[in-house]
Write a protein that binds this ligand. Structure first.
Ligand SMILES: Nc1nc2c(ncn2[C@@H]2O[C@H](COP(=O)(O)OP(=O)(O)O)[C@@H](O)[C@H]2O)c(=O)[nH]1
Ligand SMILES: Nc1ncnc2c1ncn2[C@@H]1O[C@H](COP(=O)(O)OP(=O)(O)O)[C@@H](O)[C@H]1O
Length: 219
């Protein structure tokens, strides 16, 4: 699934799939936007969902908002890399843009839940880097859901009720970031991505690079 692209230092490497998950309200949308705005060579995977659009959301940027029949047809055609039910709605990752980004040497950022992360890991374990974002406390999580001011009290209650279950999957992730302060959390997530991009196993061009270096050193 992953293709080889030119790394930032000229050494070819495999693209990676960078996954952020968290209970609703912990800050993964905020962190995703910061990453997309500040990190080179990273594309956001825009999911399809059957949930209603929130105020301020844009179709095609935040999600592809589709009806049940359209979603079912995407599943039927195997157009989705993974999909899951979350809060009684269906959410899924369109396959084609992910393949296109990886084959052009870009990394792909996913804001998906633990079910989707498990599916990606089953398909491409070596290429998935997963980060779980935790809120500092339940009170902070609830406050953030309220200050986002996009969901009704009923929906916020439902999201708080589901948070414990979401958090129970924390140990399946490669990295854990506690989002107390957004600047610090962003710096941590950026460091993870930076280090993962330098992993030897991903850097398929290193053998040739080192061979050439050895040749120069020996002459
Ligand atoms: N498996 C899967 N989960 C997704 C996908 N897109 C979004 N999600 C998850 O669905 C949950 C609800 O997302 P959303 O309705 O935007 O609410 P929010 O988390 O409160 O912003 C979050 O945990 C997302 O990470 C997807 O394509 N696949
Ligand atoms: N470290 C933080 N401190 C305070 N508020 C935050 C922090 N990180 C995010 N927020 C706010 O919390 C709310 C929920 O964040 P969001 O990124 O939408 O969460 P998620 O995508 O995980 O549901 C937003 O209003 C966001 O601005």
């Amino acid at each position: 699934m992953t293709a080889h692209g030119q790394g930032f230092d000229g050494v070819e490497r495999r693209g990676l799939m960078f996954v952020l998950s968290s209970p609703s309200g912990a800050g993964k949308t905020t962190l995703s936007r910061l990453l997309i705005d500040h990190v080179e060579g990273l594309s956001l995977s825009v999911s399809a969902t059957t949930r209603p659009m929130r105020p301020g959301e844009v179709d095609g940027r935040d999600y592809a908002f589709v009806d049940e029949a359209t979603f079912a047809a995407m599943v039927q055609r195997d157009d989705l890399l993974e999909w899951a039910f979350v809060f009684d709605n269906r959410y899924g990752t369109p396959r084609a843009p992910v393949d296109a980004a990886l084959s052009s040497g870009r990394d792909v950022l996913f804001d998906i839940d633990w079910q989707g992360t498990q599916q990606l890991r089953e398909k491409a374990r070596d290429d998935v880097v997963s980060v779980f974002i935790l809120p500092p406390s339940a009170a902070d999580l609830e406050r953030r859901l309220h200050t986002r001011a996009q969901d009704s009290d009923d929906i916020i209650r439902e999201r708080m009720a589901r948070a414990a279950h979401e958090v129970s999957h924390w140990a399946e992730y490669d990295y854990i970031v506690i989002n107390r302060n957004i600047d610090e959390a962003f710096a941590e997530v950026q460091s993870i991505l930076k280090a993962e991009r330098l992993k030897r196993e991903r850097r398929t061009g290193l053998t040739d690079f080192v061979r050439e270096l050895q040749r120069q050193l020996e002459t």
